[in-house]
Design a protein around this ligand. Structure first.
Ligand code: GRF
Length: 184
């Protein structure tokens, strides 16, 4: 069975690009109209949509607009890839069990918005990357797959970050394959 995939991002979109180069993506959604990810989508010929929470009267109304897109495209799986919003009750109720997220740390270590920096500042010898199902907590859903990423002796925060990001892109594609998505 083909699975229709949507990717949600907020910023750079490097994970989105990696996914879109390897798998058919029905659409990209960004909650920031200026997100660089949109430029990547245009280049890759992937359909995209963008609107912001503050354009709606409530988070429920915002998520209802997202749900309308998901239904229109008959989406089976949503990949959060740097989507910097907490998934609210409306979207969860409609799609829980069909939303996955990538987190730049080895959960349950270092949840939250600054997983890389927090691990760096804690002085860990290894951190990692996690793909997990999304539930109503912050980075608390069931773990699908994780990989460890070392912090090397000569690392700067930037080089450590780059190694984490490379591991993210690789892990996300592996998980999608394991979930039954067919490569392009
Ligand atoms: C990734 O590190 C992701 O795990 C985090 O935000 C970053 C997004 O990067 N939550 P990009 O937009 O995919 O380049």
């Amino acid at each position: 069975m083909t699975k229709n995939l949507a990717v949600f991002a907020s910023g750079q979109g490097s994970n989105f690009q990696e996914i879109a180069e390897q798998f058919p993506v029905s659409f990209l959604f960004t909650d920031k109209r200026q997100a660089y990810a949109l430029k990547r989508a245009a280049k890759l010929g992937v359909q995209y949509y963008s609107f912001e929470l503050n354009e709606f009267s409530s988070k429920v109304a915002y998520e209802e607009a997202i749900i309308a897109l998901l239904e229109k495209h008959d989406i089976d799986l949503i990949c959060l890839a740097g989507y910097m919003k907490i998934v609210g009750p409306a979207l969860l109720q409609a799609y829980e069990g069909r939303i996955i997220n990538i987190h730049p740390a080895y959960l349950p270590e270092f949840p939250g918005a600054h997983g890389i920096k927090d691990a760096w500042q804690a002085g860990v010898e290894t951190s990692g990357v996690t793909v997990h199902w999304v539930d109503r907590g912050i980075d608390t859903g069931q773990i699908i797959k994780q990989v460890r990423v070392p912090r090397l002796k000569d690392d700067t925060l930037e080089s450590f970050e780059a190694r984490i990001h490379a591991a993210e892109r690789k892990l996300y594609a592996e998980v999608l394959r394991e979930l039954g998505l067919k490569s392009k």
